[in-house]
Design a protein around this ligand. Structure first.
Ligand code: 4H7
Length: 212
């Protein structure tokens, strides 16, 4: 899986993918994460990426030209890449959507800032608008990291088989048996707080029922 991320704050991504399964996925060439600085697609001396909104109002809008150039440059090297824009107005992200995205080979994520991006970019280049939840953030970078994390851990062999809990699936909201169960480890008794007796019993059938 290849991720292409377009942002005005590339440094935010410097260490976020250096840990755990994502870094393993990168090292084993199952994952490639390309961070693109939107300012690199400007041509003026001051590398301006924003401008005032037509019709007035507060705040600034990300200009169309650098975004068109960034997406076109990414698409020339990654034909057929699916372009995702993360906004509070987007369709709410679910595990089902994550599973759907994980089947693609190439994703491009636009991180919005200020009041958002020029609508012509959305109308002409964006394939889908997604929200990671009903709350407002200052930028699309954290939502982009969320998508990379959730999608990457579903790529075959990014997670080693022993670590992958294949009973997991949150797609069916009514089926709570697939959610994680309460877990305990040593010591059996931590300052009087004890591990449930059943887990120490060795009775696997009873443990299975208890977890369910
Ligand atoms: C695009 C358009 C996603 C991206 C506007 C992004 C929440 C989510 C952003 C905005 C996001 C989510 C700019 C709107 C800053 C709010 C104060 C970045 N917030 N913003 N404004 N839920 N913010 O997925």
């Amino acid at each position: 899986m290849i991720f292409n991320i377009i942002t005005i704050f590339p440094l935010m991504f410097d260490r976020i993918f250096d840990f755990g399964v994502i870094s393993q996925g990168i090292k084993s060439d199952k994952l490639k994460i390309n961070i693109h600085n939107l300012r690199d697609f400007t041509h003026d001396k001051h590398k301006v990426v924003d401008d005032r909104p037509f019709g007035g109002g507060p705040g600034m809008v990300l200009k169309p030209e650098p975004l068109f150039e960034a997406v076109e440059s990414i698409k020339s090297k990654n034909p057929g890449s699916r372009v995702i824009y993360l906004t509070p107005q987007g369709k709410k992200l679910t595990q089902e959507k994550i599973e759907d995205l994980s089947k693609r080979e190439n994703l491009t994520i636009i991180c919005g800032r200020y009041e958002g991006i020029d609508q012509r970019v959305i109308d002409n280049l964006v394939d889908e608008e997604i929200s990671i939840g009903d709350y407002v953030l200052s930028g699309g970078e954290i939502p982009a990291m969320t998508i990379v994390d959730a999608v990457s851990r579903l790529i075959p062999k990014v997670i080693k088989n022993e670590e992958f809990n294949d009973s997991e699936s949150f797609s069916d909201k009514t089926d709570r048996t697939k959610l994680d169960y309460k877990v305990y480890t040593r010591p059996e008794n931590y300052k009087g707080k004890k591990v449930p007796e059943i887990l120490l019993s060795g009775n696997h059938e009873e443990i299975r029922k208890w977890r369910k």
